[in-house]
Design a protein around this ligand. Structure first.
Ligand SMILES: *[C@@H]1O[C@H](CO)[C@@H](O)[C@H](O)[C@H]1NC(C)=O
Ligand SMILES: *[C@@H]1O[C@H](CO)[C@@H](O)[C@H](O)[C@H]1NC(C)=O
Ligand SMILES: *[C@@H]1O[C@H](CO)[C@@H](O)[C@H](O)[C@H]1NC(C)=O
Length: 463
């Protein structure tokens, strides 16, 4: 008897399905094409055991199925619950260029939230967006030699761009998500600047004259006005999951180490030397090895400290979760490990910080994580608190994990990106144009991108 308490299937742009199964491990999940005539390759890695009675099953398709997909959940040879589950109609693979022409229908399919508080807040400073002013100001203010800004125009669902400044290699990350979105849904026409550097750029206040400019960045800070997107790190790992990337927001959920009672009762940190408090952390760890295990894995900013503090071996996130408490200290900006740490089942001790990513707004101190002061003066005290209040610590860890699981689902990232582009487009006071020096960013044009698109498409002439 298998007990399926809860099962959720999310049909998500032909890339992933998640099945959350509660019960035992002895079931088998088969994902195949609905029609026996359609032979397609579908990669279904081993279910991820989330160690709390739930499992996460993912798939990746390499070809499109026209009839639909059939998902069987078997215990022995018996179907369980309502198995087989049928997803009717064409299911497209990731590289298939077949945009849904009705963005609202697409958003409904993904169950996108109607409001994202961070997006509302980010656009509050920008009731209207003056492209002419941006064209004049952005190259001068942010496009210098050291610049890392890329100027994009999206017109008729095609993506064009030009680089301002030298340090724009990371445009491969903004390209890849924009292309992926454009394959799935019709994007609004728009013209914007993405900052590929670490630090947010726009420090003017809403009341300043001239006013702030809506630069789009991956990290926000309390003293800047940039509009933020999910970081390139979680975006890329989501797009490349089950391909090049093994550490992504889903796989981490199946690799959270020993169960709570069997975790080492210490706080843990490994990372580069990108902020002074990280070095202090190592110093504290040397003085209090019974409470804290912290090490620097690479020196760049404070090379003179290596002799004194030593260098620790690199470690993957999966091994972090052998420890009960995880210390999150900023790097140059927000530490992009934070989403991964929140998805584990350890308690996160988060350094107070002016920097934030797109989802922090939903997380509360003492509910989802334990706050620590910026200068770490209360870190040891907080670790002792956690050790002495194990039940409470476990509860906060669980609450943080559940909330992060919800916020960081792959389709929620797509929803977020789309919503930012949509909000931005609504506010443009003139028409976007393809500017001098812009080049087309092409969709992949090889045999992996072949697909038959059944959606009504605008022909090139209509565009
Ligand atoms: C804790 O570890 C012990 C020894 O490896 C193991 O027998 C036990 O099942 C573990 N407890 C849990 C709840 O995983
Ligand atoms: C750490 O910061 C707090 C304010 O958050 C301050 O009161 C305290 O004096 C600082 N401690 C040290 C050692 O600098
Ligand atoms: C795509 O083309 C490459 C080289 O031309 C070939 O090796 C590969 O098998 C092809 N893949 C498919 C799915 O046809």
């Amino acid at each position: 008897q298998v007990d399926i308490l809860y099962l959720q299937i999310i049909k998500c742009f032909g890339l992933f399905v998640f099945l959350f199964l509660s019960g035992q491990t002895l079931f088998k999940v088969v994902v195949k094409s609905l029609s026996p005539k359609e032979l397609v390759r579908i990669h279904v890695p081993k279910p991820l055991d989330r160690n709390d009675g739930t499992f996460l099953v993912r798939y990746r398709m390499y070809e499109t199925v026209n009839e639909g997909l059939k998902i069987e959940i078997l215990y022995g040879n018996e179907h369980v619950a309502q198995s087989p589950y049928i997803l009717k109609g064409p299911v497209y693979h990731e590289y298939c260029e077949c945009p849904e022409q009705d963005p609202q229908a697409w958003q409904r399919t993904l169950s996108c939230p109607t409001q994202e508080p961070q997006i509302e807040e980010d656009f509050a400073s920008f009731p209207s967006i003056n492209l002419q002013q941006m064209l004049k100001e952005v190259p001068k203010r942010f496009g210098d030699e050291r610049g890392a800004v890329v100027h994009y125009t999206i017109l008729n669902n095609r993506i064009y761009r030009r680089s301002l400044g030298k340090y724009t290699d990371f445009k491969m990350f903004s390209d890849e998500i924009l292309l992926s979105l454009a394959r799935k849904v019709l994007l609004p026409d728009l013209e914007f600047y993405i900052n590929l550097g670490d630090w947010p750029l726009e420090h003017r206040k809403a009341s300043d004259i001239p006013g702030p400019i809506p630069i789009i960045s991956w990290c926000g800070s309390l003293d800047s006005r940039d509009v933020i997107l999910p970081t390139y790190d979680i975006t890329h790992s989501t797009l490349e999951a089950m391909r090049g990337v093994t550490n992504d927001l889903l796989s981490i959920q199946g690799n959270t180490g020993p169960s709570w009672i069997n975790k080492t009762e210490k706080a843990f940190f490994r990372g580069r030397d990108s902020r002074e408090e990280r070095l202090q952390l190592v110093q504290l760890s040397k003085e209090n090895p019974q409470l804290l295990d912290a090490g620097i894995t690479g020196y760049f900013f404070f090379q003179e400290k290596e002799k004194e503090l030593g260098k620790a071996k690199l470690m993957g996130f999966f091994d972090f979760f052998k420890y009960k408490y995880q210390v999150n200290v900023d790097g140059t900006v927000a530490a992009y490990r934070y989403p991964y740490l929140m998805l584990g089942d350890s308690l996160v001790l988060k350094q107070d910080s002016p920097y934030y990513e797109h989802f922090y707004v939903a997380l509360r101190p003492w509910k989802h994580y334990v706050p620590i002061k910026r200068n770490l003066s209360d870190l040891l005290e907080k670790i002792k608190w956690a050790k002495e209040n194990d039940e409470e610590a476990k509860k906060i860890a669980k609450e943080g994990q559940l909330t992060a699981r919800d916020l960081l689902q792959p389709h929620r990232l797509y929803c977020y990106y789309y919503s930012v582009l949509q909000k931005y487009a609504e506010r443009q006071s003139s028409k976007p144009e393809i500017r001098d020096g812009m080049e087309l960013v092409p969709q992949p044009d090889d045999n992996t991108s072949i697909c038959r698109c059944h959606r009504k498409r605008l022909s090139r002439e209509e565009l």
